[in-house]
Design a protein around this ligand. Structure first.
Ligand code: PGA
Length: 245
């Protein structure tokens, strides 16, 4: 239970079609009557195919829409199959997730992520910048070193970090049902906050209504990036309710 301002970001990954927009009705209704609504920011990051219809559906609700990736070039060009930050903004997105481990696994380097962050902020999108170590790196006790590199290169030459949030997502916690030990998580979040002054740091990786009480007992987390549980409105609402009950 907390009284802090918190972010609840839904990452739908490669799930969802037109019909899944109906599942937002419950969340819109819940949010309207939620007493602590001024304490929370809800952001939905569906596949790009749903950004425009979803932003219409959420118009005037104060629930926001984001994308899960963008091209590094904010200007249009001959890049078959890609979408840039200006196009996402045009479609109704206000946020973009960059550096997610599933995108890093398909080839995004720290340097490329840095270019994407620059392009997104130029287009006026806020960035949810994901960082996190793999299980092998954790076993070798390299977590801090890896995070340090991801932050250093990812945020290089970005002076204005006002519209950037960091999401710490240990790769081994994503989709595994496992979350870090509270004391480890507290320390890692503190480490990130010391590296990047005045930044909000969210946690992501197997967040659920079952472990949210434990996560909320760690008092330096500024919100959650939620994958699997965000596709089920009831579970998503439960996570928010339990955070403030
Ligand atoms: P998960 O995904 O909640 O399903 O573990 C989180 C994420 O990948 O952002």
């Amino acid at each position: 239970m907390t009284n802090k301002y918190m972010y609840f970001i839904a990452n739908w990954k490669m799930f969802g079609g037109k019909n899944s927009l109906n599942s937002l009705d419950k969340v819109i209704k819940f949010f309207k009557s939620f007493k602590k609504k001024n304490f929370i920011k809800i952001i939905y990051c569906p596949p790009n195919t749903l950004i425009n219809p979803m932003s219409h559906k959420l118009k005037n609700t104060r629930i926001f829409v984001g994308s899960q990736n963008c091209h590094e070039n904010e200007k249009s060009g001959p890049f078959t199959g890609f979408v840039n930050s200006a196009m996402l903004k045009d479609a109704g997105a206000k946020y973009v997730i960059l550096g997610h481990s599933e995108v890093r696994q398909s080839g995004d380097s720290n340097k490329l992520i840095n270019q994407k962050i620059k392009s997104a902020t130029k287009s006026g999108l806020s960035v949810i910048f994901c960082i996190g170590e793999t299980i092998q790196e954790k076993r070798k006790r390299m977590t801090k070193k890896v995070l340090d590199q991801q932050i250093k290169i990812g945020l290089r030459k970005i002076g204005n970090r006002k519209n950037i949030l960091i999401a710490y997502e240990p790769v081994w916690a994503i989709g595994s049902g496992i979350i870090p030990k509270p004391s480890d998580l507290f320390q890692t979040i503190n480490f990130i906050k010391k590296k990047v002054k005045n930044i909000k740091v969210l946690y992501g990786g197997s967040v659920s209504s079952k472990n949210i009480d434990q996560l909320n007992s760690i008092n330096n987390i500024d919100g959650y990036l939620i994958g699997g549980a965000s596709q089920d409105s009831k579970k998503f609402i439960d996570i928010i309710k339990k955070t403030y009950n």
